[in-house]
Ligand binder design. Structure first.
Ligand SMILES: NC(=O)C1=CN([C@@H]2O[C@H](COP(=O)(O)OP(=O)(O)OC[C@H]3O[C@@H](n4cnc5c(N)ncnc54)[C@H](OP(=O)(O)O)[C@@H]3O)[C@@H](O)[C@H]2O)C=CC1
Ligand SMILES: CC(=O)N[C@@H](CCC(=O)OP(=O)(O)O)C(=O)O
Length: 345
C-alpha cells in the first residue's frame, strides 16, 4: 500500500519514515512539506540518506489521489482540521497524529486548544485510535485520531482499573514526565540545552490540552469521570514518557489480584507488558519500540494504588501507534512492522 506523510520535516514524520521503511505492506510514496517542498528530506536529516527517493512535495489532493491510498498527518493542530477532510473525501484513509479530531465536543476543543474546532459532523465521524480500547471501531474508520503521547501512557495505565471500577475516579492523580522530543523539533527557550540539561521543569499545570482527552476516554471506560489531576514535567532525555498514577482503591483486592486483573485485561494486547510484582518499568526498557510497560504497587497503609506506565513518546505515543492503527484499519495483524526489541541500553 502506498502512503503519504504530511508534515514531512517534523520528528513524528521522520519516525513514521523509519518505521514504515521496515513495514512489509506499506511504502512511503510522498512526503508533503509546508516549509520545504522541492527539497529532499536528506538535506534536513542526513540520517535518512538512501531511504527516500525524490523531493518533498506540496499538498495537492488531486496528485495525492493518484499517488497514495493512505496518509498520516504529522503536523501541528489546525493543519489536519483543514486538510484531512479533503483526503478522506478523495477516498484516502488517514491517521492524524495531531489532536484536531480527538475531542468529541467542539466547545471543549475550543476551550483547551484555543482554536476553532473541526465541524461537529467530522468530530462525530472521527474514531479515537487507542487499539487497546476500541480496536473494532478503528477497523471500520475512514480516519483515526491518534491519541496524544501523555494520554496513551496515562490511559493504558488506568483503563483496567477504571473500566472495572477498582479505583475512586475522583481520586486519580497523573504525574507525567516527558523527554524533549515530545515538544517537536523546533527549539524554544524552555527546551534550550542549557535550560533543560541537568534540570527538570513542570509546565502547563491545569491547562494541558491532554486533560480533556484523558477525561473523555476515562468517562467512556468507567461510565462516569470526575476531573483528574494531571501534571506534566520535562526531563533531560530525548525520548520517553513515564506516567506515575495514583488512585484510591475502592475494592478489597490484593496487589497480586490487581496484577492478575491487569494481566487478564491485556492478555490479547501484545504491546502492553506487565512487570511482575515488586518491579516497575523504566523508559529505556521501551525506547524506540511500540511497547507500553506497566508496573503496579498497592500501598496497604494508604489503600492507594500506584501505576507506573512508560512509553516511547515518538513510537507508542505517536508514529508506532499510528502504524498500529493503520494495520487495524487495513485488516492486517496489528503488530505488522512493529514487532521489535527496544534499543537498549
Ligand atoms: N513529538 C511527539 O512525541 C508527539 C507529537 N504528536 C503530534 O504530532 C504532530 C507532529 O509532531 P512533531 O513531529 O513532534 O512536531 P514537529 O514540530 O517536530 O513537526 C511538525 C511539522 O509540521 C509541519 N507543518 C505543517 N504545517 C505547518 C504549519 N502551518 N506550521 C508549522 N509546522 C507545520 C512542519 O513540517 P513541514 O514544514 O515539512 O510541513 C513541521 O516540521 C503534532 O500535532 C504533535 O502534537 C503527538 C504525539 C507525540
Ligand atoms: C514534551 C512536550 O512538550 N510534549 C507535548 C505533547 C506532545 C503531544 O502528544 O501532543 P499533541 O497532543 O499535540 O499531539 C506537550 O506537552 O504539549
Amino acid at each position: 500500500m502506498k502512503v503519504a506523510i504530511i508534515g514531512g520535516t517534523g520528528y513524528g514524520a521522520v519516525e513514521l519514515l523509519r518505521l514504515l521503511h521496515i513495514h512489509p505492506y506499506a511504502e512511503v510514496k510522498a512526503i508533503i512539506s509546508h516549509s520545504s517542498a522541492g527539497k529532499s528530506l536528506t538535506e534536513l536529516y542526513p540520517h535518512t540518506d538512501g531511504f527516500m527517493q525524490g523531493n518533498m512535495e506540496t499538498f495537492d489532493v488531486a496528485v495525492l489521489k493518484e499517488q497514495v491510498d493512505f496518509a498520516f498527518f504529522a503536523a501541528p493542530p489546525g493543519v489536519s482540521r483543514d486538510l484531512l477532510p479533503q483526503l478522506v473525501e478523495a477516498g484516502i484513509r488517514c491517521v492524524d497524529l495531531a489532536g484536531d479530531f480527538r475531542l468529541k465536543d467542539p466547545e471543549v476543543y475550543h476551550k483547551w486548544y484555543k482554536a476553532d474546532p473541526a465541524s461537529q459532523a467530522l468530530l462525530e465521524k472521527a474514531v479515537y485510535g487507542l487499539p487497546e480500547w476500541n480496536k473494532r471501531e478503528i477497523a471500520e474508520a475512514d480516519f483515526v485520531a491518534n491519541p496524544g503521547c501523555y494520554p496513551t501512557a496515562a490511559l493504558l495505565g488506568l483503563l483496567p482499573a477504571v473500566h472495572n471500577g477498582l479505583v475512586d475516579p475522583a481520586s486519580i492523580i497523573i504525574d507525567a514526565k516527558s523527554g524533549l522530543s515530545g515538544a517537536g523539533k523546533s527549539p524554544s527557550a524552555v527546551t534550550h540545552y542549557s535550560e533543560i540539561n541537568e534540570n527538570m521543569k513542570a509546565y502547563k499545570l491545569g491547562s494541558h490540552k491532554h486533560i480533556p482527552e484523558i477525561e473523555q476516554l476515562l468517562a467512556e471506560a468507567g461510565g462516569t469521570q470526575q476531573p483528574v489531576s494531571f501534571s506534566t514535567q520535562l526531563v533531560p532525555m530525548t525520548r520517553g514518557i513515564m506516567a506515575t498514577i495514583y488512585a484510591n482503591l475502592q475494592v478489597g483486592l490484593s496487589e497480586t489480584e490487581l496484577l492478575e486483573l491487569y494481566e487478564k485485561y491485556y492478555e490479547t494486547h501484545p504491546f502492553v507488558r506487565l512487570r511482575p510484582q515488586g518491579e516497575w518499568p523504566a523508559t529505556k526498557e521501551v525506547a524506540t519500540s511500540n511497547f507500553c510497560d506497566i508496573g503496579l504497587h498497592l500501598d496497604e497503609r494508604t489503600n492507594r494504588l500506584t501505576i507506573v506506565s512508560v512509553i516511547d513518546n515518538l513510537v507508542k505515543g505517536a508514529a508506532g501507534q499510528g502504524i498500529q492503527n493503520m494495520n487495524i484499519m487495513q485488516g492486517w495483524e496489528q503488530t505488522t512492522g512493529l514487532w521489535m526489541l527496544p534499543v537498549y541500553p
